[in-house]
Design a protein around this ligand. Sequence first.
Ligand SMILES: [Zn+2]
Length: 321
Amino acid sequence: MKRRWGYLAALWAVVLVLVGALSQPARSQATAATLQTAGLKLEQVGSGVYALVAEKVDFPPADPKLAIANSGFIVGSDGVMVVDTFQSPELAELTLATVKTVTDKPVRYVLNTHYHSDHTGGNPAFRKLGIPILGRGLARDYVAGRRGPNARSGSNEPPDVLINSRTDLWLGDRAVRIEPVDGHAAGTDLVAYVPDAKVLFAADMVFNMRVPFAGEGDADLRQWQGSLYRLAVTFPDAKVVPGHGEVTDVSGIQAQQAFFDDLERLARRWKAQNLSKEQAIAQSSTIIEAYRTYKFQGLYTTALGAAYDQFTRSATIPLIP
Ligand SMILES: [Zn+2]
């Protein structure tokens, strides 16, 4: 048992070190990032609602200048909310510059949809401007590197406003509804919905056409499945901006549900065969056919490990609804 934990911990460490190593050089770069060098596409997803979609990146990123995750912003009558800050202050500056290309209104809030460094690494650019950073749960400790699964990747500016229950924030005459969801990042997950534009920033609840990151100590696949179900029934008509991948709709949420259902089927087979974790991962190391074209294939083993740990264990919960 100890050896299995050691194995996964080592994998997780490799992931963190890779992210850290690849994002460090970007911090020291003198030349300003552009949408092109960052591999980003600006997409208007509703009236005054924009997504910055990281369309070029794979994992691990081939070029440290490429944005790993998506970001976005919502323009209200008296101000702007930015959703996520990328992995570096340089990329966050790019977000601020991009906001200026579409509006003169000031950025009033920035939301950390969860604590992971590819979504929060740009926080210092907002702190510098005195813009409140919104987060949830233990995000302050995790982002600051004081404790938690992310502690080893170093300190960063943490959120200074915690949103732990459903909250409406107003940008003048426009509401943004911020809601806790669970399952991806150790109780720090939030989504943001713009009712008048029917746009849902689903953050890392949805990895569109990408293998989702299910980090040990972070991901709770049962909770993740529950949150996806809730999002799909609550926002059936929404445009969905995922944390990674192209803008989608409810079908992107359903595809994420299908991915976890497929892992659950695998786990049920492993359990029937009484496989060890190493045996299970070895047996299933070739990705399921339906996901062969997905990016982030390097995260598949971690997803299998989470499925083994969590789905084979919960014998009292019906496996597939
Ligand atoms: Zn994440």
